[in-house]
Unconditional design. Structure first.
Length: 202
């Protein structure tokens, strides 16, 4: 029976965050499990520092004998096809389950949720929506409070990521091919105009 799981998470913040809903679901289904994080960068690991759904966070580059380190774990799971993750998998002398498939129609977060539901739940129903899990510490709360102390509101639009920049672009004249997960630039412009109309002064 699986009692200890080690999740390998990628280097970038956004990619690492994609696993957080699946960890929340796993903790709901199996609260008895010991869940640890092995990040390929300190930045990727920092997302999980205060997350109650995992026990310990490690950074691969800080481990001297990684093969000995992974021995106590019953299951190793990689959450992303990040090239550093794939390099780490090649170094390990244990099988690693790679969650992410080549299905570009489905988000990394949803693929991870489906894996957890299939592997650890007695039902075959697809998991309901679970949001990304962020647990800021006291200092981060204070910083946010200072930033918003006058009641100001901020709306951020995330136009793309490293993978989209490699495979395609929001800008038609720079686009190499149409990325299936890419929201068109015109949609961002339309949304921004709607927000400006609904919330003057933002």
């Amino acid at each position: 029976m699986i009692k200890r799981i080690l999740f390998l998470v990628p280097a970038r913040l956004g990619d690492a965050l994609m696993l957080s809903p699946a960890l929340a679901l796993l903790k709901q289904l199996r609260p008895d499990l010991s869940i640890d994080i092995l990040a390929v960068s300190p930045l990727g690991g920092s997302i999980y520092l205060h997350n109650p759904n995992c026990n310990n966070i490690y950074v691969a580059s800080e481990l001297q004998h990684i093969d000995d380190f992974i021995q106590p774990y019953d299951l190793l799971v990689a959450a992303h096809r990040d090239y550093k993750i794939l390099e780490l998998i090649e170094q390990l002398k244990r099988p690693v389950f790679l969650i992410e498939t080549a299905d570009e129609q489905q988000s990394q977060a949803q693929q991870a949720l489906n894996f957890i539901q299939c592997a650890f739940s007695d039902t075959h129903q697809k998991p309901g929506p679970i949001g990304y899990q962020l647990f800021p510490d006291t200092q981060e709360h204070e910083y946010a409070g200072q930033l918003l102390k006058n009641g100001d509101k901020f709306i951020g639009l995330h136009l793309g990521c490293h993978g989209i920049n490699k495979k395609g672009s929001l800008l038609p004249w720079r686009r190499k091919k149409q990325h299936k997960k890419l929201w068109p630039l015109g949609s961002f412009i339309h949304l921004t105009k709607q927000l400006e109309h609904q919330h003057p002064g933002y």
